[in-house]
Design a protein around this ligand. Structure first.
Ligand code: NDP
Length: 262
């Protein structure tokens, strides 16, 4: 168990009974979100996570977290739907207790040059990535405020920081997440809530497996470290940001990209 989680457990509840800290993770069934679920479970958290449709992957992610000693609440939820996202946060708190950490990983791409982009491709990406982040944080922020402590990490992207050709929808959603999270950091500080953004570069997941080979080759050539990152490397950073080791860190955008220039 990490120092931070152990401290939280030792802190216990008003009645003196120890409780494991609770993390809410969206998009926890695959890729970066799944690595975050596993890592936080290993760090001593109980974990609630949601996914959109792939139940087999969700069950495997839940099993790995349980094997690490966590209680797990896994739920099929489309974060683009406000009521469903709210219900996920409420049900997770009912089963595991109020959240200590919130990590929003659920995200999709619908890549297309702007001149060819369908309105539906724009809407779907904004609704899932940006509004989905809003829906879950909106539902979780009051419980965090009440407890006067909490850490939020949102997943943006280098595309949201620097822009990306054929990804205007995705880059706009990810840039929106940065403005959203920095605002949350400003509002949340006086309630002991920290909010930071992780902006990955090229990470090996299903999302990047579909990229055309020449795009992947171009990315790899631009990365000084000469390789894609792993979900576990991103999860390490997330685990640090939600821990008390990052107690003075809020409102920041941390790029994890192997040195990829903007
Ligand atoms: P994956 O495609 O591997 O996994 C996406 C996860 O999000 C799955 O668990 C999926 O569930 C879930 N999800 C998708 N849509 C919804 C929805 N509407 N409601 C609930 N859950 C949903 O993605 P990555 O792990 O690669 O990406 C994770 C995050 O990191 C994303 O926000 C992405 O934009 C960001 N990122 C990734 C980079 C990369 O190189 N991989 C680079 C920069 C940023 P299901 O399996 O059921 O569909």
């Amino acid at each position: 168990m990490s120092t931070a989680a152990a401290r939280a457990v030792r802190g216990g509840t008003a009645g003196g009974a120890a409780r494991r800290p609770v993390a809410l993770v969206t998009g926890g069934s695959r890729g970066i979100g799944r690595a975050v679920v596993t890592r936080l479970a290993e760090d001593g958290y109980d974990v609630a996570f949601c996914y959109r449709s792939r139940s087999d992957d969700a069950e495997a992610a839940a099993e790995a977290a349980r094997a690490a000693g966590a209680r797990v609440h896994a739920r099929q939820v489309d974060v683009a739907e406000a009521a469903a996202a709210r219900e996920f946060v409420t049900a997770a708190a009912r089963e595991l207790g109020p959240p200590d950490a919130v990590v929003t990983c659920a995200g999709i791409t619908r890549d297309r040059p702007l001149a060819l982009m369908a309105d539906e491709e724009w809407r779907e990406v904004i609704d899932t990535n940006l509004s989905g982040t809003y829906h879950v944080c909106r539902a979780a922020v009051f419980p965090l405020m009440k407890r006067r402590k909490g850490a939020i990490v949102t997943l943006s992207s280098v595309a949201g920081v620097h822009g990306s050709a054929a990804q205007a929808n995705y880059a706009a959603s990810k840039a929106g997440i940065i403005g959203f999270t920095r605002s949350l950091a400003r509002e949340g500080g006086k309630y002991g809530i920290r909010a930071n953004v992780v902006a990955p570069g090229l990470i090996t997941t299903d999302m990047t497996a579909d990229l055309p080979a020449e795009v992947t080759k171009r990315h790899l050539e631009a990365i000084p470290l000469g390789r894609a990152g792993t979900p576990e490397e991103v999860a390490d950073l997330v685990a640090y940001l939600v821990s008390d080791r990052a107690a003075y860190l809020t409102g920041q955008v941390v790029e994890i990209n192997g040195g990829m220039p903007g």
